[in-house]
Write a new protein. Structure first.
Length: 328
């Protein structure tokens, strides 16, 4: 807050009101909408905040402009959900020079000096990808499908985003480790429309696809529409010609599709970072040290008849019990 004393244009903000500038990626997916809702309901007026919200429509240059506006307006904190990992050093240096703490939310920034941001809260995209790959291996083993008979297409997220980098790496490690056949990788931009378009083009190009690895639920919804429009069936019975759809986000619609068997496995990615970001701000306001990286634990969901094949996923979790949650 800014309190001018003897100046003519004295500007007072109520002592206990914190002004927070939030630069959001966009509104590309259900996950993103839930994330925005969580942030807005946390940093509300009744909770004692003035929130300045900016939707960047998935363009980094809009995020840079928003952050510079927040600096101009002398906000108390900047929250940044970065669309991609690189290109933030200059603007974060400007925020640092202005003495405004920056908290990164969800995806990560790849900066030369991590003092350019105070803290990060999010989820481990690489672990999510590894869980999905382990699930696929456990599934194929349980169904006695040879690894080279898995013909996979990867509908990637926004290229260069942490979620895409991690989930793609998790799959590629599986391909390497188990000898799967990875036919093609193409970005679906985390949207339903693009996911459908990419799936249509892949179905025209290949007649042997039996696994579709969608890097978020909205891509999966689009891919499922394309698969069904092509007269094929999604499900979890590859041996009888069904196409296995793996997805991420466990949105409500995603879990509904997992429950009804259209999505074979949905890896959780928790969007509710509002309260966690607020905890960090409260600690900072109290002059406490905060962790640099704050990971949120996540689970994996699979339709009941495939759960038996996911025990291998448990081996991934270094610490603590990692539950595979069957949904029945
Ligand atoms: C994941 C997040 C991704 C979601 C998508 O942490 O960055 O962005 O998986 C969203 O749904 O668009
Ligand atoms: Zn995640």
């Amino acid at each position: 807050m800014v309190a001018g004393l003897a100046s003519t244009s004295t500007v007072f903000a109520a002592e206990d009101t914190l002004t927070v500038g939030f630069s959001q990626v966009g509104a590309e997916s259900d996950w993103r909408t839930a994330n925005t809702e969580s942030m807005k309901s946390t940093f509300s007026e009744e909770n004692g905040y003035e929130l300045i919200f900016d939707d960047a429509q998935q363009k980094q240059e809009n995020q840079l402009t928003a952050i510079r506006n927040f600096i101009q307006q002398e906000v108390d904190y900047i929250l940044l959900a970065p669309v991609t990992e690189t290109g933030w050093d200059t603007v974060l240096q400007e925020a640092k020079d202005a003495g405004i703490p920056v908290i990164i939310v969800d995806r990560m920034v790849d900066v030369s000096d991590d003092s350019l941001y105070t803290s990060w809260i999010g989820t481990d995209a690489l672990l999510e990808g590894r869980k999905a790959a382990e699930w696929l291996n456990a599934y194929a083993t349980a169904k006695e499908i040879k690894p080279e008979d898995l013909h996979i297409v990867d509908i990637q997220g926004t290229i260069g985003s942490t979620a895409q980098i991690g989930r793609t790496q998790g799959l590629e490690e599986g391909v390497e480790k188990y000898g799967w056949d990875l036919l093609e990788q193409q970005s679906g931009e985390f949207t339903q429309a693009k996911g459908q378009e990419v799936m249509e083009s892949m179905l025209k190009k290949y007649d042997n696809i039996n696994v579709v690895y969608c890097e978020n639920d909205n891509e999966a919804f689009g891919a499922i529409d394309a698969i069904e429009a092509a007269g094929k069936t999604v499900g979890s019975d590859i041996a009888n010609g069904e196409i296995l759809v793996i997805s991420f986000d466990t949105t409500n619609a995603g879990l509904t599709d997992t429950l009804n068997g259209k999505i074979a496995c949905d890896v959780e990615c928790n969007p509710l970072h509002g309260p966690r970001a607020e905890e960090l701000i409260k600690a900072l306001e109290a002059g406490e040290e905060v962790e640099k990286l704050n990971y949120v634990d996540e689970e994996i969901f699979a339709a009941d008849d495939t759960v038996a094949s996911v025990t291998a996923v448990n081996s991934l979790e270094e610490e603590g019990e990692y539950a595979v949650t069957p949904i029945t």
